[in-house]
Design a protein around this ligand. Structure first.
Ligand SMILES: *[C@@H]1O[C@H](CO)[C@@H](O)[C@H](O)[C@H]1NC(C)=O
Ligand SMILES: *[C@@H]1O[C@H](CO)[C@@H](O)[C@H](O)[C@H]1NC(C)=O
Ligand SMILES: *[C@@H]1O[C@H](CO)[C@@H](O)[C@H](O)[C@H]1NC(C)=O
Ligand SMILES: *[C@@H]1O[C@H](CO)[C@@H](O)[C@H](O)[C@H]1NC(C)=O
Ligand SMILES: *[C@@H]1O[C@H](CO)[C@@H](O)[C@H](O)[C@H]1NC(C)=O
Ligand SMILES: *[C@@H]1O[C@H](CO)[C@@H](O)[C@H](O)[C@H]1NC(C)=O
Length: 511
């Protein structure tokens, strides 16, 4: 009976344009010279675009988890207003539930796994789990895509990663080249065969909730422990756990992304980031065509990142909570990356918020320091200048594995945890970063100190040291991935919990 009424009621669907923020120009309390680089400026768009991806230690799939499909899924919907047909007044449901969500990606599509065809898939990807996931992401992107200027965009991306590595299986390449079996090696956790598995991924599709049906809410959640009983959430057992729950009042404010990440004995090294990735090309650490949120790729030095971060639980002493984690790619000669895994180098820059993270760059041992520090006034100080170099401002620097002219002493970055060689520069709260709006003291912005950050990421990232061959033309630093979230590093039973709201990236408008 009720069903019949519903179908009458839903005959006329009007797109609720007012609920969708169309304007990408941010005018409030900002100069008109800045525009948003992300499709969903400030996370204010009711009709959410969100996806999730999961990576193994070298940013691949490796093996799918039974019944889960390929580890790429999305929650993308549009909102329509249900209104009675003209002359019909008996649409009682329309009054009590005036909006409907139409999901653009259905469960069957989210569960697609290797071997199952979808529109546009290549023959090669049908039998290769890694290529399959990459093409599935592109396919999901086509369902979620929003037309916009200067470019269409697809979704925010939740990234999951486990640091487990089976060194004897030689699954991950060594600086982009085929690896040989080795180990066991204490650098890489592994409980035995199958330790690099993908997590369980469960999905509560976004629905309208609350007393007035005006609260949009949904979640992705799961565990890497395949025998985990998730009915009790993370509290019932000592298994790993993650959840991302998003909610928003219809037509008001920002989405609130609430994240939980818990490590276990079998999975002690886990990551969960909220990413804004490029909408095409490669993104940080991803060597396949990507889909994302960045309708404009921010380029140093002219961009800012704004968001509100509330850290509720930190993830323990070895949690590297990244206030900002950004990825780019250029070759050591300064040329842009082209997909050649032996000469492309992923460049990561990270600000670690956890006050317990020590500096490993020391005045009497500077092998883990960048070659020089540049002050905002342009003054450059070599790391051997013990009177002036700010050692405490750096957690560590490691050089690309394929760089030929790195000054001694140096430490090369882990050759396995990225599909190609990588370079990592990690900074800590310190007065030298104050000029860019970054934390200047340990503990700032940490638990109990929720903050809205307005970070001059562009100018800071322009000033940071990154390796290039002597005499080469400096690379233009284009950041195809701007993320935040924790990397809990090799510590079981640790919990991190945090919320992110109002995320935005602002770039100087080009006339
Ligand atoms: C629900 O609607 C009633 C009546 O309009 C209003 O008083 C109340 O505050 C609303 N509640 C929520 C949670 O929006
Ligand atoms: C998913 O939905 C179920 C049923 O409404 C609920 O019990 C559970 O708490 C939700 N899980 C998450 C992580 O939001
Ligand atoms: C979980 O681990 C903690 C610390 O290792 C231990 O004290 C507790 O008993 C364990 N709980 C369960 C349910 O195994
Ligand atoms: C990749 O780069 C390396 C180092 O520059 C070069 O030797 C090799 O020929 C390149 N491979 C391809 C396929 O271009
Ligand atoms: C630049 O800044 C550094 C650090 O504040 C300071 O020591 C130095 O004197 C400044 N140089 C000039 C030329 O102003
Ligand atoms: C510091 O290193 C630079 C570059 O290698 C070198 O020219 C300079 O002499 C060194 N200074 C000291 C004090 O060791």
């Amino acid at each position: 009976m009720a069903r019949r009424k519903v179908s009458v009621c839903y005959i006329v669907l009007t797109l609720v344009v007012v609920l969708v923020s169309q304007s990408s120009v941010v005018s409030v309390s900002l100069s008109n010279e800045y525009v948003s680089a992300v499709g969903d400026s400030g996370m204010r768009r009711d009709a959410l675009r969100l996806a999730i991806e999961s990576w193994n230690q070298c940013n691949e799939v490796g093996e799918e988890t039974p019944n889960m499909g390929s580890p790429r899924a999305a929650d993308c919907f549009d909102i329509y207003k249900a209104s009675p047909q003209q002359g019909q007044n008996e649409c009682s449901l329309c009054k009590s539930m005036p909006y409907i969500l139409v999901h653009r990606v259905i469960e069957k599509e989210n569960r697609l796994g290797v071997g199952q065809p979808f529109e546009g898939i290549s023959q090669e990807a049908l039998t290769n789990v890694n290529l399959y996931a990459a093409e599935k992401e592109v396919y999901l992107g086509s369902k979620c895509q929003v037309e916009d200027k200067p470019k269409p965009w697809q979704f925010w991306m939740i990234m999951l990663k486990s640091g487990n590595m089976d060194t004897k299986a030689a699954i991950c390449p060594n600086n982009g080249q085929k690896a040989s079996p080795f180990g066991p090696d204490t650098r890489f956790p592994c409980f035995g065969k199958g330790c690099m598995n993908q997590p369980l991924i469960y999905h509560n599709y976004t629905t309208l909730q609350g007393p007035n049906q005006t609260m949009l809410k949904g979640s992705f959640y799961g565990s890497w422990d395949l025998d985990a009983d998730l009915r009790k959430g993370m509290f019932g057992s000592n298994t790993s756990y993650y959840s991302v729950t998003w909610e928003k009042q219809l037509g008001k404010g920002s989405w609130i992304f609430h994240h939980v990440l818990k490590t276990s004995v079998k999975y002690p090294w886990l990551m969960l980031y909220l990413r804004s990735d490029a909408t095409a090309g490669f993104s940080g650490g991803y060597h396949y065509p990507t889909r994302g949120m960045l309708k404009i790729i921010p380029e140093s030095p002219d961009f800012k990142v704004r968001f509100t971060l509330n850290v509720i639980k930190g993830g323990g002493p070895s949690s590297q909570f990244y206030l900002m984690d950004m990825g780019s790619c250029w070759k050591n000669n300064g040329q842009p990356c082209d997909g050649n895994e032996t000469s492309d180098v992923t460049r990561y820059s990270e600000m670690i918020l956890n006050p317990e993270t020590p500096s490993w760059c020391h005045v009497d041992d500077f092998k883990l320091c960048p070659l020089y520090h540049t002050f905002p006034n342009g003054t450059r100080v070599h790391r051997n200048d013990t009177a002036r170099f700010p050692y405490e401002a750096y957690h560590l620097y490691c050089a690309p594995g394929n760089a030929e002219y790195v000054e001694e002493p140096n430490v090369r970055c882990d050759p396995y945890s990225n599909p190609q060689p990588q370079e990592i520069l990690q900074i800590l709260p310190h007065p030298v970063w104050g000029d860019y709006g970054y934390p200047t003291r340990k503990g700032e912005g940490w638990i109990g100190d929720s903050r809205t950050w307005n970070l001059d990421v562009g100018r800071l990232s322009q000033s940071l040291y990154f390796y290039q061959d002597p005499g080469s033309v400096p690379a233009s630093r284009k950041w195809t991935s701007i993320d935040l979230g924790p990397e809990i590093y090799k510590a079981p039973n640790q919990v991190a919990e945090w919320t992110v709201t109002d995320f935005n990236i602002l770039v100087a408008r080009k006339y």
